[in-house]
Design a protein around this ligand. Sequence first.
Ligand code: SF4
Length: 314
Amino acid sequence: LSFTTTLPSSKKFDDPHITLDGTPRAKVTLQSLKTLWINTGTQCNLSCENCYIESNPKNDRLSYFSPDDLHSLLTEIQTQQLPTEEIAFTGGEPFLNPHIIKLLELCLTQGFKVLVLTNAYRVIERHKSSLLLLQQKYPNQLLIRVSLDHYTLAVHEKERGDGTFLSTLETMKWFSDHHFQLAVAGRSLTQESKEVENAGYRELFSLHQINVDINSPKHFTIFPEMDEKKPVPEITEKCFSLLKLDPHSLMCASSRMVVKRKGESTIKVLACTLLAYDPQFELGTSLKNAKQTVFLNHPHCAKFCVLGGATCSQ
Ligand code: SF4
């Protein structure tokens, strides 16, 4: 004879399925795998103050992704006839990965759209000739998204370190002059309105003659800041209707991220790009498992994805 007792949770984000007050936790089901993110490795040439994945020159918790790892994923997409349109690369700094050009080429030759996130700080220099070849061969498939945290040197460098602003702008100018599709990701690090932010970036790009379409959400985004110290509410199913938010608009409804953890021989499929280290968001070792429903049991789900500045207190 045995008794099973379910003890109530004693703190928030404890039970994956139920919030602290006993309400069903919000969950998101994968609609279709439109974008497959590859984390190229957590090493970075910068040590930004609030990097959500804690990248820096010494962080190798996620190893460099290899062409063999990618090849097996692309084969899976083909054999399972997945509706994947885009392969996106993030890090760390993707251009530190010694295989980056090969990884991009593997995707481009198979007709995928490719997005690469980069800090564009010095690291592009070594890849310029290879990138030019890719750009000539696949002109409409490759999009480079540069992280430029703010349109002023002072705010950008407070986050990314001295000497990073002008060097990044110089690389952006190179991309622009060579007709790469260029996007920018900023961060809302100040209390400015969206209008002021947009005007600031517009003026900066016009001054340096860098071609970025500020009016296109695909080419210009300002991400909300994640203040780790601020308390957040848990997200229940009711939150979606209260906030009039479609759960299918969240990244975990149309994307997955694949990583290679240090010391492991197999890749891991994760729910999204934001939760690289929490085992609750690991969905197995192949895209077959990617369909699993994701329970929003992490402060990032609330702060970054669902609330983004709104409140959901009922
Ligand atoms: S942080 Fe949570 S809500 Fe946001 S995409 Fe990832 S799993 Fe989904």
